[in-house]
Design a protein around this ligand. Structure first.
Ligand SMILES: Cc1cc2nc3c(=O)[nH]c(=O)nc-3n(C[C@H](O)[C@H](O)[C@H](O)COP(=O)(O)OP(=O)(O)OC[C@H]3O[C@@H](n4cnc5c(N)ncnc54)[C@H](O)[C@@H]3O)c2cc1C
Length: 466
């Protein structure tokens, strides 16, 4: 059995753990160790090569960030030709047609009279918005977009994505995550000028030229050095009092534990945590995501040739999002020009008994019927994966639960960060996770305050500025 002690132990080699390790190394700290349960780095941001030679990510994964220091890091760790830069082209599949994203800016493309009813409902919402103070996400959607746009896109899409009643979701997270209403853009569309489809920080994004999204994590892991990374080491227990974590191969003592283990699991594994914190951790809600990759021979239809993704609000498609992965990088397929690839995402409630991949047949039927895929004979590879923790749900009780758990962990030198470490979807992308790792290391070593984890995208604040 191993027994060792480290100034910093890092749980998980996903973007958060790698960011923490990268930062410690940059600060000149040598006494740190990353314990990762899988055999490779990357976590949810990993990529996989299937036996047929197709590269798959765990759902749509692209790099974009509004954090300047992250943008500096991701270009300095790798060689100049590592990244390909893309302009996002995203669409909503609505009643047999493609509507550019964001939906509300393109309602002029809806059939008459639906375009008019949607427009009137957006206007009414804009006039009444100042008088409303939404209590939950459904009320927020209605007050922001009006009943018609909500009914046709936002409500069905969000129900599909979150598999959670929207009345049970909070509003604090929406700030930068949901496209706002811009009446000028909407009017522009009606006057036949091209309406702006460029909303969002991910209008331009980066994607590795080779190896899929996970190639960036592999590059960071390489820069940290194998001596600081231990793979196949699943933490099964944390002893608060002794400050020791246990894996199947041994015990590791720590001064500080920086963890990206999903917070509900971390609390379950932690001996010595109060009953109140344990109870709060059982309130945290999440979705699982099933991903199906379909490798195809031939070429995509011409209207599917842009890098970007499609949203599917309708019940007839089992998936909520689709991307042509081979448009992100031709190196994601074995024979560029002769093969191409589609990646589908399906949301599940945890404990849903469907097998990952159960949706393959109905998905394929849908894709063939709507002209995305020529026929079944063109399928040359199928890849399936479930992310048991896919999306941390920003539900109404979340922040109360986090206020119970996080201070108690920190008082015991456990710093839970990252997508499921903080449980904050609003700071749950790979840039946020990576920078939370960087910043918690800086705080612990030199006292510099964190900004990403401390940042709050409060809906009331963004509501005031709009
Ligand atoms: C479908 C989908 C699409 C996404 N698209 C994007 C996108 O386009 N752009 C973007 O920026 N972000 C995207 N994200 C978010 C991105 O995946 C996360 O931000 C990022 O992976 C979070 O990093 P993390 O280190 O916090 O967590 P994770 O990636 O979950 O890493 C946690 C690591 O901890 C390990 N671990 C867990 N438990 C233990 C244990 N007990 N012992 C040891 N190790 C353990 C895991 O194996 C894992 O390697 C997407 C996420 C999903 C699910």
């Amino acid at each position: 059995m191993t027994t060792s002690h480290h100034r910093f132990l890092i749980a998980g080699a996903g973007p958060m753990g790698l960011g923490a390790a990268f930062s410690l190394k940059r600060l000149g700290v040598e006494d740190f160790l990353v314990l990762e349960k899988d055999q490779t780095a990357g976590g949810l941001a990993s990529s996989f090569l299937d036996p047929q030679g197709f590269v798959w990510d765990i759902g749509v994964h692209v790099h974009y960030s509004e954090i300047p220091s992250y943008n500096d890091i991701i270009t300095s760790v790798v060689a100049g030709d590592f990244w390909a830069r893309h302009l996002r082209q995203s669409w909503i599949w609505f009643r047999e047609r493609r509507i550019p994203f964001p939906f509300q800016n393109h309602i002029h493309q809806l059939p008459f009279p639906l375009n008019m009813t949607c427009f009137v409902s957006l206007l009414r919402a804009a006039i009444k918005r100042k008088e409303t103070s939404p209590r939950h996400f459904k009320e927020w959607v209605l007050s922001e977009y009006g009943a018609e746009v909500a009914r046709h896109f936002f409500i069905p899409y969000n129900l599909k994505l979150w598999v959670t009643p929207l009345e049970e979701m909070a509003t604090e997270w929406v700030g930068k995550r949901v496209a706002p209403v811009d009446l000028v853009q909407i009017m522009k569309g009606f006057f036949q000028k091209p309406a702006d489809s460029g909303w969002g920080g991910n209008r331009h994004f980066l994607y590795p030229q080779k190896g899929g999204n996970g190639q960036f994590c592999n590059a960071v892991a390489h820069s940290i050095g194998a001596g600081h990374l231990r793979f196949g080491e699943a933490i099964t227990n944390v002893d608060l009092r002794k400050k020791v974590v246990t894996t199947p191969t041994g015990d590791y003592g720590f001064d500080h534990l920086i963890s990206s283990i999903p917070l509900d699991e971390l609390c379950r594994q932690t001996d010595g945590l109060s009953e109140a914190a344990q109870r709060a951790s059982r309130q945290l809600r999440f979705t699982s995501v099933d991903v199906i990759g379909i490798g195809l021979k031939g070429q995509p239809p011409s209207w599917l040739s842009e890098p970007g993704w499609f949203y599917f609000p309708g019940a007839e498609a089992p998936f909520y999002r689709l991307i042509v992965q081979s448009n992100l990088s031709p190196a994601c397929v074995p024979r560029p020009g002769e093969t191409w690839s589609l990646l589908l995402e399906m949301a599940r409630r945890p404990g849903d008994s469907r097998e990952d991949g159960d949706d393959l047949r109905p998905s394929l039927q849908f894709l063939i019927q709507k002209g995305f895929v020529r026929d079944e004979a063109s399928v040359v590879s199928v890849w399936k994966r479930r992310a048991p923790h896919g999306y941390p749900v920003p539900h109404v009780d979340r922040d109360g639960a986090l206020r119970r758990i996080m201070p108690e962990l920190e008082a015991n030198h456990i710093f839970s960060r990252g997508r499921f470490g903080t449980w904050k979807y609003e700071i749950g992308n790979q840039d946020h996770a990576f920078m939370q790792g960087v910043e918690i290391s800086e705080r612990l070593v030199s006292g510099k305050p964190e900004t990403v984890y401390a940042e709050k995208s409060l809906m009331s604040e963004s509501g005031k500025t709009r």
